[in-house]
Write a protein that binds this ligand. Structure first.
Ligand SMILES: Nc1ncnc2c1ncn2[C@@H]1O[C@H](COP(=O)(O)OP(=O)(O)OP(=O)(O)O)[C@@H](O)[C@H]1O
Ligand SMILES: [Mg+2]
Length: 166
């Protein structure tokens, strides 16, 4: 178990990938989607428009979700009941205080039965806890780069799935 979050722990295993276009972001999401299991928490960090929701869209499509994948910017959370797991996609961008997500009753979704994907996790403060996988998307001109860091053994397994295309 790690005491520090993977984004700040220099010992966390990490990889960096080039994402030259939107299709590459979708493909990375799909790669992660194939390795998901209940109880995982994944953080998605990066500027507005960096591609966080796009990655989640690729992930959901790979799990057979054919309906629309909406950004949870206004709803705060979107729930997906997939055949083999429940997935919650959060966006905490609009929160001004770290306690707001707790006051909104969102903590109940972070349990061992669900997969939680969180955009703007830094706005939720320390109570959110450390992720199994931290994904940082960096805008580089017209393209993106992804930096993935594992925060647990399950996170390492997900990282290994993505290493193949590094
Ligand atoms: N690798 C890529 N190269 C170029 N464009 C990309 C790439 N990945 C995603 N995009 C584009 O970036 C745009 C913004 O994507 P998206 O909505 O996923 O951002 P976001 O990080 O979720 O933003 P927000 O913080 O506002 O929710 C989309 O138009 C998408 O097509
Ligand atoms: Mg988004």
């Amino acid at each position: 178990m790690n005491s520090a979050s993977p984004e700040t722990n220099p010992e966390s295993p990490s990889i960096e990938l080039a994402l030259p276009d939107e299709a590459a972001t979708l493909a990375l999401g799909a790669q992660i989607g194939g390795g998901l299991g209940a109880g995982l928490q994944i953080h998605l960090r990066g500027d507005l428009g960096a591609g966080k929701t796009t990655l989640v869209r690729g992930l959901l499509r790979s799990l057979g979700w054919t309906a629309r994948v909406k950004s949870p910017t206004y709803t705060l959370v979107e729930h997906y009941a997939l055949s083999r797991l429940h997935l919650y996609h959060f966006d905490f961008y609009r929160f001004e205080r770290p306690s707001e997500w707790l006051e909104a009753g969102l903590a109940e979704h972070f349990n061992t039965h669900a997969v939680c994907l969180v955009e703007w996790p830094e706005r939720a403060g320390a109570a959110l806890g450390s992720p199994d996988l931290d994904i940082e998307l960096i805008v580089t001109g017209e393209a993106r780069r992804a930096r993935l860091r594992a925060g647990s053994e399950q996170g390492r397994t997900l990282l290994a799935r993505c290493t193949a295309r590094a």
